[in-house]
Design a binder for this molecule. Structure first.
Ligand SMILES: [Zn+2]
Ligand SMILES: [Zn+2]
Length: 443
């Protein structure tokens, strides 16, 4: 029951997660060190820059935005941020200054649905959605609205404002309160969504010829698997989760801090329930994670032609996901031992063959090492020192195309004797005499 290996090597999807170079693997251990990769692309909880200055939303919802430049109505003056009152909430909602509460409400409903980033994929939709939410938040509140009418947006910033309205709530929470079940995205629910498991790394050291011709290896991989005791839920069997009292089931709490730039409100993950919105009795086996570290033996087919730096992906054999998320993949990083005689470069093999000067002159046949064992190679008469002879298709099978092979390139090293016997010397001198260019020859 071999696990088949997906597309191999250098052009893997997700490869950007695996930039880390293979650490050197010691030569006497075939199996191997284990490195759990950091997952920069799956970092959760990015800080989200909110709409109003001095409002930040830390969010783990799928809407994790990168911080963007300040909206244009915040201008730097005298070295500190000053909030100018030119955000027109009435215009944002498309209502008159005299609009009553129900007009404002229906305007918000209409626009929020239209610009919710779930349905509107325009790049500006997110910001527009937040603008709408912020405008509604102010105009739907009599006290905030009257402050806004008299002092503009700046009036809402002061600590004295309407009882700590230094910032705005999470626009998605506001949306949820409005539309209830639509889409089912409360922040707590968003946190309870399935999370894909992390990829796992395994380093495999191969002998030279194993890499050339492929091999089958049993590897023991340690990774997180779904906990059998709690079926991955993390809750002790037989117990029922209760809503978190710290955050009221929202999964988030808001903290406020006064800074020189103004009032900062930060929405952070509830520390009591870790954002899930509920408190459950943790499973004793997995301490509530829903996953346990286990070792599994995997029979791995290594295709012919791999080399140091090749990566093999074994689908779904990485770490288990959470909350029903799919497992990550297993990446096997290949390292190949070098060979004493055969030097490999890509799919070609390089060797050198020594021949005597007489054999180079007269021609001979020598045995040269190849990946297939020793093979006879004909050295033609008159072979020049340092010249290269090509043994076609005696190289490495191409990865994924094992019927095609590279070549073996044989560099001919001509050995000149440092000492000659007196008889040899006599013959060479005779040869020199014979070979002297004759006077008057055309050369
Ligand atoms: Zn468990
Ligand atoms: Zn909580």
């Amino acid at each position: 029951m071999a696990t088949s290996v997906g597309a191999a090597t250098r052009n893997l999807a997700n490869a950007q997660q695996l930039q880390q170079k293979s650490p050197p693997v010691s030569c006497n251990s075939l199996a191997v060190s284990q490195v759990v990769l950091a997952q920069p692309s799956r970092v959760r909880g990015g800080l989200v820059c909110g709409y109003a200055s001095s409002t930040f939303f830390a969010s783990e919802t799928p809407f994790s935005f990168v911080a963007r430049p300040m909206p244009r109505h915040h201008q730097r003056r005298n070295g500190s941020f000053v909030v100018c009152a030119d955000a027109d909430y009435y215009a944002t909602l498309g209502v008159a200054k005299t609009a009553d509460k129900s007009e404002i409400k229906s305007a918000y409903r209409k626009l929020a649905r239209q610009y919710h980033p779930d349905v509107n994929k325009e790049p500006e939709a997110e910001q527009k959605f937040k603008d709408i939410s912020n405008a509604y938040e102010v105009l739907s509140d009599d006290e905030k609205r009257s402050i806004y009418d008299r002092f503009g947006e700046a009036g809402l910033k002061g600590a004295g404002g309407a009882g700590g309205t230094g910032g705005f709530n999470n626009p998605f929470d506001l949306f949820e309160t409005f539309f209830g079940g639509m889409g089912g995205r409360s922040s707590a629910q968003a946190r309870n969504r399935p999370v894909q498991g992390d990829d796992e790394r395994y380093d495999l050291l191969l002998d030279f010829k194993e890499a050339v011709f492929g091999t089958e290896k049993d590897i023991d991989v340690t990774r997180l698997e779904s906990c059998n005791t709690c079926a991955g839920s993390g809750a002790k069997p037989g117990t029922t989760p209760t809503p978190c009292s710290t955050c009221g089931g929202q999964g988030q709490v808001m903290t406020t801090a006064q800074t020189p730039l103004g009032m900062f409100q930060q929405v952070t993950t509830c520390p009591a329930c870790k954002g899930s919105g509920e408190i459950s009795t943790p499973c004793l086996t997995c301490s509530g994670d829903g996953r346990v570290r286990k070792s599994k033996r995997i029979s791995l087919k290594v295709p012919a032609g791999v080399d140091s730096g090749s990566r093999l992906r074994v689908r779904s054999e990485g770490n288990a996901g959470r909350k029903g998320g799919s497992p990550g993949d297993l990446y096997v990083f290949i390292n190949v031992k070098s060979d004493l005689e055969l030097k490999r470069d890509g799919y070609n093999i390089y060797v050198s063959a020594k021949v005597s000067y007489i054999d180079a002159i007269l021609g001979t046949t020598v045995k040269v090492p190849t990946v297939d064992g020793f093979v006879d190679l004909k050295i033609p008469a008159g072979t020049q020192p340092g010249s290269t002879l090509v043994m076609s298709k005696r190289g490495v099978p191409l990865l994924g195309k094992p019927n095609l092979r590279g070549d073996e390139l044989v560099k001919v090293v001509v050995e000149i004797p440092k000492k000659l016997s007196s008889e040899e010397r006599k013959l060479v001198e005779e040869l020199a005499e014979v070979s002297k260019p004759k006077a008057g020859s055309s050369r």
